[in-house]
Design a protein around this ligand. Sequence first.
Ligand SMILES: [Zn+2]
Length: 160
Amino acid sequence: MPFVTEWSTTDQRNLVVFAPDVLKVFKHYRQRFFWQPEGGGILLGRRRGKHLEVMLATEPSHKDRRSAFSFVREADGHADIAEQAWRQGDKQIDYLGEWHTHPQRVPTPSAIDRLEWGKLVLQRSTLTPILVVVVGTKAIHAELIDGVQDKMLSPIGLSE
Ligand SMILES: [Zn+2]
């Protein structure tokens, strides 16, 4: 019985589907104890019109510097995984966005998160939105951002 993993933005115009494996990665790396390091990676999948299908979340690599309060992603390891997935997926797998964990039950993006996300949007050559996810211990905060009109996804709870 597949687990329901679809969420829509609060204006109901965009649908985001997370594959069960993606949620497994989020749950595995969530920071249940304050001393656990932050983790994160990139989100890969498919865009179908306004809808996103998140098929893969890369896991923190040994190259990433993890600490309890910050997460600095080493682009190389994740980019390799992205390229591999893209080749194996008959070039239909696209970069969708980023995820990282916070030691909060219901996570709130920090000012630094917003700054970093703003940079990601500016780096893109297209106006397609990127999906940014912050994983807390009990819930996920997700937004679609395009630098013009950011959209929040309805709250997503994480089961035990
Ligand atoms: Zn953060």
